[in-house]
Design a protein around this ligand. Structure first.
Ligand SMILES: [Ca+2]
Ligand SMILES: [Ca+2]
Length: 192
C-alpha cells in the first residue's frame, strides 16, 4: 500500500484513521498487520524481513511503523511494504467509507526524514442495507419513496434489481408494503 520514492529508506510510518465500524483485527491483543512476502531487506548478503508494529494513538488513529533491522535499507524502491486486512462490523451499512492516512514519514538510512502529504481514499463496504435507502445513494430522501413505490407496484422486476429490496422493508416486518411508505415518509419528516 505504500511505495518509497527512494532507495535508501530504512523506516516508513503513517497513522491510519479508520471510520467507525471498521477496524484492524487483533491477535493476542496486538494489531494483526503483516509485511508482504517481497518486503525484504538485504544486509551483508543475508535477507531479513522488515518488522512492522502498529499501535493505537491517543487520537484514535493507528500508527503503523515498518522498520528494517540494523538500520539497513528496504531492498526495493517500489512495491508494497505493508498488508493490512480490515474488519467491518457485521451491522455496518453498505456504502463508501473514508480512510485517511496521515503523518506519513520516510526515514533514510542517514536518519534524515521525508514527510509526505496526507492521503485519503475510500473503502467499499458490502454490509447490511440502510433501511429506507432504497435507491442506494447512502441517504434517505424523497427519491427513496419513489423507488419504494416502484417496488410495491412491481416495476423493479428485472434482475439484478435496480433498487435495494432489503432496504425497502423499512418497518422490518418482512414484507414490502404501503406501511413501509408511511414509515419511510415518517423518517424523512423526522418523526422517527
Ligand atoms: Ca437513498
Ligand atoms: Ca415492511
Amino acid at each position: 500500500m505504500m511505495t518509497s520514492p527512494y532507495d535508501d529508506l530504512c523506516q516508513a510510518q503513517f497513522d491510519l484513521v479508520l471510520p467507525d465500524g471498521i477496524s484492524i483485527p487483533t491477535r493476542n491483543g496486538r494489531y494483526y498487520v503483516l509485511g508482504v512476502p517481497d518486503g525484504v531487506i538485504e544486509y551483508d548478503g543475508t535477507s531479513y524481513s522488515h518488522q512492522i508494529t502498529a499501535a493505537l494513538q491517543e487520537d484514535g488513529s493507528i500508527r503503523v511503523i515498518c522498520v528494517s533491522s540494523s538500520n539497513t535499507r528496504f531492498i526495493s524502491n517500489s512495491g508494497a511494504l505493508v498488508r493490512i486486512r480490515l474488519h467491518a462490523d457485521e451491522n455496518i451499512y453498505s456504502g463508501e467509507y473514508p480512510l485517511l492516512i496521515k503523518n506519513i514519514e520516510f526515514t533514510h538510512d542517514n536518519i534524515t526524514k521525508d514527510v509526505a502529504e496526507d492521503s485519503s481514499t475510500t473503502i467499499s463496504v458490502f454490509g447490511v442495507s440502510l433501511p429506507g435507502d432504497v435507491n442506494k445513494d447512502n441517504q434517505i430522501s424523497i427519491a427513496d419513496v419513489t423507488a419504494l413505490v416502484n417496488i410495491i407496484l412491481g416495476k423493479d422486476n428485472t434482475m439484478p434489481y435496480l433498487y435495494d429490496h432489503d432496504a425497502a422493508d423499512v418497518n422490518g416486518d418482512g414484507n414490502t408494503s404501503i406501511a413501509d411508505v408511511t414509515a419511510l415518509v415518517n423518517i424523512i419528516l423526522g418523526k422517527e
